[in-house]
Design a protein around this ligand. Structure first.
Ligand code: SF4
Length: 353
């Protein structure tokens, strides 16, 4: 099926499963360069009209490379004996936040593998202490699936946002990517319960993950539409040499741009990051993602000595144009795209005063 017109928000919101699949299939597999350019232009316009031509910067701190899970695509999976494991202490994390604060960041993402070491009070203390020392920052957690009680405890300690990629909304596909202890339904329930608690929530998935197809992507879009998260992270699958998916091909950067634009049209106010995975394919895709409607970037604040050890895929970019210490150059580059770099808390539209 050919789509002469770029779909608007109501088309995306009203599309049934068959229509959504046709739309995704067209833009991924049949659209001309001109069709895609029109799509990107519409997505860019929707972003600018709804939330201004700006990019929100968040400092990313990868504080632990330990993980109890075995996601078959990830270099930090528990079965990878070659992975270098580290944990940052509470003091190190707070000092890193302070460094970022001095650079101008007011939004921080604390990310780790699913590491129970922090779950019995340590992470709660880190969050509450960071909010005590820096009351005007926003704290986003990206630490995996937790006991439901912990979501509330961390929210009460001051966590503002929680990123938990669902990875695929198709149960069969999910089972092909993860060990048997993990289920899509658990991630879905976690996201829904965090939304109820009051978090700004983020979902998302890899583009081009093994066994992904237009049907599974359709499920992803229908799931995102019903969940209506505040953030959606999409990055191309990139293999890691020590995983069972090491020989699978990398996901397509161009498909990532197409899906980013479609997501912007479906959820006009959503925060859409340019992922490091996309920039790691080629730095030029970062600019392309801004042109396709993305509006968030998360420069790496992780201390230098740990950066290479947070190896979730091969060839991950964590220096130069992805490094928080180069924020001046990052802001300058954003400006050349006609966009403004925002270092504020960067809340989702619905969470601002
Ligand atoms: S993707 Fe996350 S939960 Fe899965 S193995 Fe990697 S760090 Fe752990």
């Amino acid at each position: 099926m050919r789509f002469e017109e770029v779909p608007c928000e109501s088309t995306m919101l009203c599309a049934d499963k068959i229509e959504m699949k046709a739309l995704i299939n067209f833009y991924l597999n049949e659209a001309s360069k001109e069709d895609k350019d029109k799509l990107y232009s519409a997505a860019r316009h929707i972003r600018d009209v709804n939330d201004g031509p700006r990019v929100f910067l968040r400092g990313l701190i990868e504080f632990s490379s330990f993980c109890r899970n075995d996601c078959f695509y990830c270099g930090l999976c528990s079965t990878n004996r070659n992975a270098v494991r580290y944990r940052m202490s509470a003091q190190e994390i707070l000092e890193t936040i302070e460094e970022g604060y001095k650079l101008g960041f007011r939004s921080f993402v604390l990310q780790s593998g699913e590491d129970p070491y922090y779950f019995s009070g340590r992470l709660t203390e880190i969050v509450s202490e960071s909010k005590r020392q820096f009351p005007n920052i926003a704290v986003t957690l990206s630490v995996g699936v937790l006991d439901p009680v912990l979501y509330l405890e961390l929210f009460r300690a001051g966590a503002d946002r929680f990123l938990l990629r669902h990875e695929t909304a198709d149960e069969n596909h999910f089972a092909k990517l993860h060990d048997a202890s993990q289920h899509f339904s658990l991630r879905k329930e976690s996201l829904e319960s965090m939304k109820q608690i009051g978090y700004q929530i983020g979902a998302g998935f890899m583009v081009g993950s093994p066994f992904q197809n237009v049907d599974t992507l359709t499920e992803d879009f229908l799931f995102l539409r019903s969940l209506a998260p505040h953030m959606v992270g999409m990055g191309p699958f990139r293999p890691h040499q020590d995983t069972i998916f090491s020989r699978f091909p990398q996901g397509s950067a161009e498909d990532t741009l197409v899906l980013t634009a479609l997501c912007r049209l479906m959820l006009p106010k959503v925060m859409l990051p340019v992922t490091t995975a996309l920039a790691s394919c080629d730095i030029k895709y970062r600019t392309d993602a801004f042109r396709a409607g993305a509006n968030v970037m998360m420069p790496c604040l992780t201390p230098q000595k740990y950066r290479d050890s947070y190896a979730i895929y091969d060839g991950k970019l964590s220096s130069l144009s992805e490094a928080a210490e180069n924020v001046v150059q990052i802001k300058a580059q954003i400006l050349t795209e006609g966009l403004r770099a925002e270092m504020s808390r960067g809340d989702h539209f619905d969470f601002r005063d």
